[in-house]
Design a protein around this ligand. Structure first.
Ligand SMILES: *Cc1c(COP(=O)(O)O)cnc(C)c1O
Length: 432
Protein backbone atom coordinates (compact mmCIF):
# COMPACT_ATOMS: atom_id res chain seq x y z
CA UNK A 1 0.00 0.00 0.00
CA UNK A 2 1.34 3.43 -0.88
CA UNK A 3 -0.26 6.11 1.28
CA UNK A 4 0.51 8.82 -1.22
CA UNK A 5 -1.91 7.46 -3.83
CA UNK A 6 -4.89 8.12 -1.55
CA UNK A 7 -4.16 11.83 -1.39
CA UNK A 8 -3.70 12.02 -5.15
CA UNK A 9 -6.99 10.20 -5.64
CA UNK A 10 -8.87 12.51 -3.29
CA UNK A 11 -7.57 15.58 -5.09
CA UNK A 12 -8.23 14.09 -8.55
CA UNK A 13 -11.85 13.54 -7.48
CA UNK A 14 -12.26 17.21 -6.61
CA UNK A 15 -10.69 18.26 -9.91
CA UNK A 16 -12.98 16.03 -11.95
CA UNK A 17 -16.00 17.63 -10.24
CA UNK A 18 -14.72 21.19 -10.86
CA UNK A 19 -14.46 21.66 -7.11
CA UNK A 20 -10.71 22.02 -6.80
CA UNK A 21 -9.96 25.38 -5.24
CA UNK A 22 -7.24 27.66 -6.51
CA UNK A 23 -6.29 30.46 -4.15
CA UNK A 24 -5.42 33.86 -5.57
CA UNK A 25 -2.19 35.26 -4.10
CA UNK A 26 -3.20 38.84 -3.26
CA UNK A 27 -1.56 41.78 -1.61
CA UNK A 28 -4.31 44.16 -0.49
CA UNK A 29 -3.43 47.82 -0.50
CA UNK A 30 -4.75 49.25 2.78
CA UNK A 31 -4.92 52.77 1.40
CA UNK A 32 -6.06 52.02 -2.14
CA UNK A 33 -8.52 49.17 -1.56
CA UNK A 34 -10.22 47.67 -3.62
CA UNK A 35 -6.92 47.71 -5.51
CA UNK A 36 -4.49 44.90 -4.80
CA UNK A 37 -1.43 43.25 -6.27
CA UNK A 38 -2.09 39.79 -7.69
CA UNK A 39 0.76 37.36 -8.17
CA UNK A 40 -0.24 34.72 -10.71
CA UNK A 41 1.22 31.22 -10.31
CA UNK A 42 3.91 30.02 -12.64
CA UNK A 43 7.52 30.75 -13.56
CA UNK A 44 7.21 34.10 -15.36
CA UNK A 45 4.47 35.54 -13.20
CA UNK A 46 4.64 39.30 -13.15
CA UNK A 47 2.52 40.84 -10.36
CA UNK A 48 -0.51 42.68 -11.68
CA UNK A 49 -2.79 45.28 -10.21
CA UNK A 50 -6.39 44.04 -9.85
CA UNK A 51 -9.52 45.22 -8.08
CA UNK A 52 -11.15 42.97 -5.46
CA UNK A 53 -14.95 42.50 -5.63
CA UNK A 54 -15.52 39.57 -3.30
CA UNK A 55 -14.06 40.63 0.04
CA UNK A 56 -15.98 40.08 3.26
CA UNK A 57 -14.28 43.15 4.75
CA UNK A 58 -17.62 44.65 3.78
CA UNK A 59 -17.06 48.15 5.16
CA UNK A 60 -13.26 48.13 4.64
CA UNK A 61 -12.78 48.66 8.35
CA UNK A 62 -9.60 46.57 8.00
CA UNK A 63 -8.05 49.57 6.30
CA UNK A 64 -9.61 52.26 8.49
CA UNK A 65 -7.13 54.65 10.14
CA UNK A 66 -8.68 54.27 13.59
CA UNK A 67 -8.39 50.49 13.40
CA UNK A 68 -4.84 50.49 12.04
CA UNK A 69 -3.75 53.00 14.70
CA UNK A 70 -5.29 50.86 17.45
CA UNK A 71 -3.48 47.77 16.17
CA UNK A 72 -0.11 49.52 15.92
CA UNK A 73 -0.52 51.15 19.31
CA UNK A 74 -1.45 47.83 20.95
CA UNK A 75 1.53 46.08 19.36
CA UNK A 76 3.94 48.71 20.70
CA UNK A 77 2.37 48.65 24.12
CA UNK A 78 1.56 44.97 24.68
CA UNK A 79 3.60 43.07 22.07
CA UNK A 80 2.48 40.73 19.33
CA UNK A 81 0.84 37.85 21.19
CA UNK A 82 -1.47 37.16 24.12
CA UNK A 83 0.96 34.82 25.83
CA UNK A 84 -1.52 32.27 27.00
CA UNK A 85 -5.02 30.87 27.19
CA UNK A 86 -7.70 32.98 28.86
CA UNK A 87 -7.24 31.09 32.12
CA UNK A 88 -3.46 31.10 32.17
CA UNK A 89 -2.17 34.67 31.77
CA UNK A 90 -3.95 35.37 28.46
CA UNK A 91 -6.81 37.59 29.65
CA UNK A 92 -5.32 40.90 28.53
CA UNK A 93 -6.98 44.25 28.99
CA UNK A 94 -7.90 44.82 25.29
CA UNK A 95 -9.92 41.57 25.16
CA UNK A 96 -11.81 42.51 28.34
CA UNK A 97 -12.60 45.91 26.85
CA UNK A 98 -13.67 44.31 23.58
CA UNK A 99 -16.11 41.98 25.34
CA UNK A 100 -17.67 44.87 27.24
CA UNK A 101 -18.06 46.76 23.96
CA UNK A 102 -19.75 43.75 22.32
CA UNK A 103 -22.13 43.13 25.22
CA UNK A 104 -23.15 46.79 25.00
CA UNK A 105 -23.54 46.58 21.21
CA UNK A 106 -26.18 43.88 21.57
CA UNK A 107 -27.75 45.12 24.80
CA UNK A 108 -26.72 41.91 26.60
CA UNK A 109 -25.30 41.33 30.08
CA UNK A 110 -22.09 39.76 28.78
CA UNK A 111 -20.09 38.68 25.75
CA UNK A 112 -17.30 36.20 25.08
CA UNK A 113 -14.67 36.50 22.33
CA UNK A 114 -13.30 33.51 20.41
CA UNK A 115 -10.48 33.08 17.91
CA UNK A 116 -12.95 33.05 15.02
CA UNK A 117 -16.65 33.21 14.19
CA UNK A 118 -16.41 29.58 13.14
CA UNK A 119 -15.16 28.59 16.60
CA UNK A 120 -17.76 30.76 18.35
CA UNK A 121 -20.55 28.80 16.64
CA UNK A 122 -18.90 25.46 17.35
CA UNK A 123 -18.42 26.35 21.02
CA UNK A 124 -21.60 28.35 21.54
CA UNK A 125 -24.15 25.97 20.03
CA UNK A 126 -22.60 22.73 21.29
CA UNK A 127 -22.04 23.92 24.86
CA UNK A 128 -25.43 25.56 25.31
CA UNK A 129 -27.26 22.52 23.91
CA UNK A 130 -25.24 20.09 26.03
CA UNK A 131 -26.05 21.93 29.23
CA UNK A 132 -29.81 21.76 28.58
CA UNK A 133 -31.36 18.36 29.42
CA UNK A 134 -32.45 16.33 26.35
CA UNK A 135 -32.23 19.43 24.16
CA UNK A 136 -33.76 19.34 20.69
CA UNK A 137 -31.88 21.59 18.26
CA UNK A 138 -34.12 23.08 15.60
CA UNK A 139 -31.91 24.32 12.79
CA UNK A 140 -32.54 26.22 9.56
CA UNK A 141 -31.75 23.98 6.58
CA UNK A 142 -29.34 26.53 5.09
CA UNK A 143 -27.28 27.21 8.20
CA UNK A 144 -23.54 27.78 7.79
CA UNK A 145 -21.04 24.94 8.22
CA UNK A 146 -19.84 26.30 11.59
CA UNK A 147 -23.38 26.01 12.99
CA UNK A 148 -23.78 22.50 11.60
CA UNK A 149 -20.52 21.54 13.30
CA UNK A 150 -21.78 23.03 16.56
CA UNK A 151 -24.99 21.02 16.29
CA UNK A 152 -23.04 17.82 15.51
CA UNK A 153 -20.60 18.36 18.30
CA UNK A 154 -23.41 18.74 20.84
CA UNK A 155 -24.51 15.17 20.20
CA UNK A 156 -28.10 16.34 20.71
CA UNK A 157 -31.08 15.36 18.60
CA UNK A 158 -31.59 17.83 15.77
CA UNK A 159 -34.32 18.55 13.29
CA UNK A 160 -34.10 20.87 10.28
CA UNK A 161 -36.78 23.35 9.31
CA UNK A 162 -37.11 24.39 5.68
CA UNK A 163 -35.19 27.59 5.04
CA UNK A 164 -37.01 30.59 6.57
CA UNK A 165 -40.27 28.56 6.56
CA UNK A 166 -42.20 29.74 9.62
CA UNK A 167 -45.06 27.26 9.23
CA UNK A 168 -42.57 24.39 9.25
CA UNK A 169 -40.73 25.84 12.24
CA UNK A 170 -44.00 26.16 14.14
CA UNK A 171 -44.98 22.59 13.30
CA UNK A 172 -41.70 21.30 14.74
CA UNK A 173 -41.95 23.48 17.86
CA UNK A 174 -45.49 22.31 18.45
CA UNK A 175 -44.57 18.66 18.05
CA UNK A 176 -41.69 18.98 20.51
CA UNK A 177 -44.08 20.45 23.08
CA UNK A 178 -43.73 23.16 25.72
CA UNK A 179 -41.83 21.04 28.20
CA UNK A 180 -38.92 19.80 26.15
CA UNK A 181 -35.77 21.97 25.99
CA UNK A 182 -35.48 23.46 22.49
CA UNK A 183 -32.79 25.56 20.84
CA UNK A 184 -33.67 27.30 17.57
CA UNK A 185 -30.52 28.12 15.57
CA UNK A 186 -30.57 30.33 12.47
CA UNK A 187 -28.84 33.15 10.64
CA UNK A 188 -30.16 36.67 10.30
CA UNK A 189 -28.70 37.23 6.83
CA UNK A 190 -27.76 34.31 4.60
CA UNK A 191 -24.58 35.21 2.81
CA UNK A 192 -24.91 33.36 -0.49
CA UNK A 193 -28.42 34.44 -1.58
CA UNK A 194 -28.36 37.57 0.58
CA UNK A 195 -31.83 36.90 1.98
CA UNK A 196 -32.89 37.96 5.45
CA UNK A 197 -34.61 35.80 8.09
CA UNK A 198 -37.96 36.86 9.60
CA UNK A 199 -36.30 37.41 12.97
CA UNK A 200 -39.37 38.94 14.58
CA UNK A 201 -41.51 35.94 13.70
CA UNK A 202 -38.86 33.49 14.85
CA UNK A 203 -38.57 35.31 18.18
CA UNK A 204 -42.36 35.29 18.61
CA UNK A 205 -42.66 31.57 17.78
CA UNK A 206 -39.83 30.71 20.14
CA UNK A 207 -41.57 32.63 22.91
CA UNK A 208 -44.91 30.96 22.18
CA UNK A 209 -43.41 27.47 22.45
CA UNK A 210 -40.86 28.27 25.12
CA UNK A 211 -37.71 27.72 23.04
CA UNK A 212 -34.27 29.32 23.37
CA UNK A 213 -32.98 31.22 20.31
CA UNK A 214 -29.46 31.47 18.87
CA UNK A 215 -28.81 33.71 15.88
CA UNK A 216 -25.72 34.02 13.69
CA UNK A 217 -25.47 37.72 12.73
CA UNK A 218 -22.07 37.31 11.06
CA UNK A 219 -23.10 39.01 7.81
CA UNK A 220 -25.02 41.80 9.52
CA UNK A 221 -23.01 43.09 12.49
CA UNK A 222 -21.49 46.49 11.82
CA UNK A 223 -23.68 46.85 8.73
CA UNK A 224 -27.30 46.92 9.89
CA UNK A 225 -29.05 48.62 12.79
CA UNK A 226 -28.51 52.19 14.01
CA UNK A 227 -25.43 51.12 16.01
CA UNK A 228 -24.31 48.21 13.83
CA UNK A 229 -25.95 45.64 16.10
CA UNK A 230 -27.26 43.75 13.08
CA UNK A 231 -30.65 42.73 11.72
CA UNK A 232 -32.04 42.04 15.21
CA UNK A 233 -31.18 45.57 16.24
CA UNK A 234 -32.76 46.97 13.08
CA UNK A 235 -35.92 44.94 13.73
CA UNK A 236 -35.97 45.88 17.43
CA UNK A 237 -35.75 42.28 18.70
CA UNK A 238 -32.26 42.03 20.20
CA UNK A 239 -33.77 41.60 23.66
CA UNK A 240 -36.01 38.78 22.44
CA UNK A 241 -33.19 36.66 21.03
CA UNK A 242 -31.28 34.74 23.70
CA UNK A 243 -27.86 34.38 22.08
CA UNK A 244 -26.38 36.61 19.38
CA UNK A 245 -23.27 35.40 17.60
CA UNK A 246 -21.09 37.56 15.39
CA UNK A 247 -17.69 37.84 13.77
CA UNK A 248 -15.02 40.50 14.03
CA UNK A 249 -13.62 39.46 10.64
CA UNK A 250 -16.23 40.78 8.22
CA UNK A 251 -18.02 44.07 8.96
CA UNK A 252 -15.46 44.81 11.70
CA UNK A 253 -12.51 44.08 9.41
CA UNK A 254 -10.20 42.17 11.77
CA UNK A 255 -10.36 38.63 13.22
CA UNK A 256 -12.28 36.68 15.85
CA UNK A 257 -15.84 35.79 16.78
CA UNK A 258 -18.12 36.19 19.77
CA UNK A 259 -21.39 35.43 21.45
CA UNK A 260 -23.44 37.89 23.54
CA UNK A 261 -26.14 36.75 25.98
CA UNK A 262 -27.24 36.67 29.64
CA UNK A 263 -24.32 36.53 32.05
CA UNK A 264 -25.02 32.97 33.17
CA UNK A 265 -25.08 31.64 29.60
CA UNK A 266 -21.76 33.34 28.86
CA UNK A 267 -20.31 32.07 32.14
CA UNK A 268 -21.35 28.50 31.26
CA UNK A 269 -19.80 28.60 27.77
CA UNK A 270 -16.64 30.20 29.22
CA UNK A 271 -16.44 27.40 31.76
CA UNK A 272 -17.26 24.35 29.62
CA UNK A 273 -16.28 24.91 25.96
CA UNK A 274 -12.98 23.16 25.10
CA UNK A 275 -12.53 25.29 21.97
CA UNK A 276 -12.54 28.35 24.23
CA UNK A 277 -10.58 26.93 27.15
CA UNK A 278 -7.69 25.12 25.51
CA UNK A 279 -6.53 27.70 23.00
CA UNK A 280 -4.52 30.91 23.16
CA UNK A 281 -6.44 34.19 23.38
CA UNK A 282 -6.61 36.49 20.37
CA UNK A 283 -3.64 38.87 20.50
CA UNK A 284 -4.06 42.36 22.02
CA UNK A 285 -3.44 43.89 18.58
CA UNK A 286 -6.46 42.15 17.07
CA UNK A 287 -8.67 42.82 20.09
CA UNK A 288 -7.75 46.51 20.09
CA UNK A 289 -8.34 46.81 16.34
CA UNK A 290 -11.71 45.06 16.56
CA UNK A 291 -12.70 47.19 19.53
CA UNK A 292 -11.89 50.38 17.60
CA UNK A 293 -14.04 49.18 14.68
CA UNK A 294 -17.00 48.24 16.89
CA UNK A 295 -16.83 51.57 18.75
CA UNK A 296 -16.56 53.63 15.59
CA UNK A 297 -19.50 51.93 13.91
CA UNK A 298 -21.75 52.47 16.93
CA UNK A 299 -21.96 56.15 16.07
CA UNK A 300 -20.77 56.57 12.49
CA UNK A 301 -23.46 56.06 9.85
CA UNK A 302 -21.42 57.05 6.81
CA UNK A 303 -19.85 53.62 6.17
CA UNK A 304 -23.22 51.86 6.41
CA UNK A 305 -24.94 54.40 4.17
CA UNK A 306 -22.25 54.34 1.50
CA UNK A 307 -22.06 50.53 1.65
CA UNK A 308 -25.80 50.20 0.99
CA UNK A 309 -25.62 52.78 -1.77
CA UNK A 310 -22.76 51.11 -3.63
CA UNK A 311 -24.37 47.66 -3.29
CA UNK A 312 -27.74 48.94 -4.54
CA UNK A 313 -26.07 50.79 -7.40
CA UNK A 314 -24.15 47.66 -8.44
CA UNK A 315 -27.33 45.55 -8.41
CA UNK A 316 -29.25 48.16 -10.31
CA UNK A 317 -26.58 48.62 -12.99
CA UNK A 318 -25.96 44.89 -13.48
CA UNK A 319 -29.68 44.15 -13.71
CA UNK A 320 -30.20 47.02 -16.15
CA UNK A 321 -27.44 45.54 -18.33
CA UNK A 322 -29.38 42.26 -18.44
CA UNK A 323 -27.13 40.25 -16.14
CA UNK A 324 -28.85 37.60 -13.96
CA UNK A 325 -28.59 39.19 -10.51
CA UNK A 326 -30.38 37.27 -7.78
CA UNK A 327 -32.74 39.79 -6.22
CA UNK A 328 -32.54 40.28 -2.45
CA UNK A 329 -32.79 42.96 0.24
CA UNK A 330 -29.17 43.00 1.35
CA UNK A 331 -25.70 44.14 0.36
CA UNK A 332 -24.85 40.81 -1.33
CA UNK A 333 -24.89 40.82 -5.14
CA UNK A 334 -25.08 37.24 -6.48
CA UNK A 335 -24.78 36.91 -10.27
CA UNK A 336 -25.95 33.46 -11.27
CA UNK A 337 -24.02 31.19 -13.65
CA UNK A 338 -25.52 27.84 -12.59
CA UNK A 339 -22.63 25.79 -13.94
CA UNK A 340 -19.34 25.01 -12.17
CA UNK A 341 -17.07 25.04 -15.21
CA UNK A 342 -18.57 28.20 -16.73
CA UNK A 343 -18.43 29.93 -13.36
CA UNK A 344 -14.72 29.21 -13.14
CA UNK A 345 -14.19 30.38 -16.72
CA UNK A 346 -16.09 33.61 -16.06
CA UNK A 347 -13.94 34.28 -13.01
CA UNK A 348 -10.71 33.52 -14.93
CA UNK A 349 -11.71 35.81 -17.81
CA UNK A 350 -12.58 38.65 -15.45
CA UNK A 351 -9.17 38.41 -13.84
CA UNK A 352 -7.07 37.86 -16.93
CA UNK A 353 -8.81 40.18 -19.34
CA UNK A 354 -10.23 42.83 -17.02
CA UNK A 355 -8.07 42.68 -13.86
CA UNK A 356 -11.20 42.14 -11.78
CA UNK A 357 -11.04 39.51 -9.06
CA UNK A 358 -14.24 37.65 -8.15
CA UNK A 359 -13.77 34.13 -6.82
CA UNK A 360 -16.21 31.58 -8.30
CA UNK A 361 -18.61 30.13 -5.70
CA UNK A 362 -19.12 26.43 -6.27
CA UNK A 363 -20.39 23.35 -4.41
CA UNK A 364 -20.42 22.72 -1.43
CA UNK A 365 -20.65 26.42 -0.55
CA UNK A 366 -23.77 26.53 -2.75
CA UNK A 367 -25.84 23.68 -4.25
CA UNK A 368 -24.70 22.07 -7.49
CA UNK A 369 -26.29 23.95 -10.39
CA UNK A 370 -26.45 27.17 -8.32
CA UNK A 371 -22.87 28.28 -8.99
CA UNK A 372 -22.41 32.03 -9.03
CA UNK A 373 -20.18 35.06 -8.84
CA UNK A 374 -20.82 36.62 -5.44
CA UNK A 375 -20.07 40.32 -5.59
CA UNK A 376 -19.62 42.41 -2.44
CA UNK A 377 -19.23 46.11 -3.23
CA UNK A 378 -17.75 48.15 -0.39
CA UNK A 379 -17.90 51.87 0.44
CA UNK A 380 -14.58 52.21 -1.37
CA UNK A 381 -15.79 50.88 -4.73
CA UNK A 382 -16.43 54.04 -6.75
CA UNK A 383 -19.28 54.61 -9.20
CA UNK A 384 -16.70 54.55 -12.00
CA UNK A 385 -15.36 51.20 -10.83
CA UNK A 386 -18.92 49.83 -10.70
CA UNK A 387 -19.46 50.99 -14.28
CA UNK A 388 -16.23 49.22 -15.26
CA UNK A 389 -17.44 46.05 -13.57
CA UNK A 390 -20.67 46.13 -15.56
CA UNK A 391 -18.80 46.52 -18.85
CA UNK A 392 -16.42 43.69 -17.95
CA UNK A 393 -19.20 41.31 -16.94
CA UNK A 394 -21.14 42.04 -20.12
CA UNK A 395 -18.01 41.21 -22.12
CA UNK A 396 -17.49 37.96 -20.20
CA UNK A 397 -21.15 36.99 -20.61
CA UNK A 398 -20.91 37.57 -24.37
CA UNK A 399 -17.60 35.71 -24.69
CA UNK A 400 -18.91 32.66 -22.84
CA UNK A 401 -22.37 32.93 -24.47
CA UNK A 402 -24.06 33.04 -21.09
CA UNK A 403 -27.74 34.01 -21.09
CA UNK A 404 -28.84 37.61 -20.56
CA UNK A 405 -32.18 38.68 -19.19
CA UNK A 406 -34.11 41.16 -21.21
CA UNK A 407 -33.61 44.29 -19.12
CA UNK A 408 -37.13 45.62 -19.57
CA UNK A 409 -38.86 42.48 -18.32
CA UNK A 410 -36.77 42.20 -15.19
CA UNK A 411 -38.47 44.16 -12.43
CA UNK A 412 -36.04 46.31 -10.51
CA UNK A 413 -36.50 46.13 -6.80
CA UNK A 414 -37.04 49.47 -5.19
CA UNK A 415 -33.86 49.65 -3.18
CA UNK A 416 -35.21 52.29 -0.83
CA UNK A 417 -32.27 54.40 -1.85
CA UNK A 418 -32.50 57.29 -4.22
CA UNK A 419 -30.83 55.91 -7.29
CA UNK A 420 -32.30 57.67 -10.26
CA UNK A 421 -32.95 56.12 -13.63
CA UNK A 422 -29.96 57.77 -15.17
CA UNK A 423 -27.46 56.34 -12.70
CA UNK A 424 -26.28 53.67 -15.09
CA UNK A 425 -25.95 56.03 -18.04
CA UNK A 426 -24.08 58.53 -15.88
CA UNK A 427 -21.73 55.84 -14.71
CA UNK A 428 -21.04 54.70 -18.24
CA UNK A 429 -20.20 58.24 -19.25
CA UNK A 430 -17.94 58.65 -16.26
CA UNK A 431 -16.08 55.47 -17.16
CA UNK A 432 -15.45 56.54 -20.75
C1 LIG B 1 -17.87 33.44 7.78
C2 LIG B 1 -18.97 32.84 8.59
C3 LIG B 1 -18.74 32.37 9.88
C4 LIG B 1 -17.36 32.22 10.43
O1 LIG B 1 -16.83 33.44 10.80
P1 LIG B 1 -15.25 33.62 10.80
O2 LIG B 1 -15.01 34.73 11.73
O3 LIG B 1 -14.83 33.87 9.39
O4 LIG B 1 -14.67 32.32 11.30
C5 LIG B 1 -19.82 32.00 10.65
N1 LIG B 1 -21.08 32.05 10.17
C6 LIG B 1 -21.33 32.45 8.92
C7 LIG B 1 -22.74 32.49 8.44
C8 LIG B 1 -20.30 32.85 8.08
O5 LIG B 1 -20.54 33.21 6.83
Amino acid sequence: MTYSAFFDKAIAGLKSEQRYRIFANLERDALRFPMALWRPDGPDSTPREVSIWCSNDYLTMGGHDLVIDAVVHAARRHGAGAGGTRNISGTHHPIVELEAELADLHGKQAALAFTSGWISNLAGISTIAQILPDCLIISDALNHNSMIEGVRRSGCEKVLFRHNDMAHLEEILQQAGQERAKLVVFESLYSMDGDIAPVKKIAALAKKYNALTYVDEVHAVGMYGPRGGGICEREGVMDQIDVIEGTLAKGFGTLGGYIAADANIIDAVRSFAPSFIFTTTLPPTVAAGACAAVRHLKTSQSERARHQRQAALTKHALTAAGLPVLDNESHIVPVMVNDAELCKQASDLLLERHSIYIQPINYPTVAKGAERLRITPTPRHTDEQIAGLVEALVDVWKTLKLPFHSADIVPLRKSGLAIDHCAYADMKRAAE
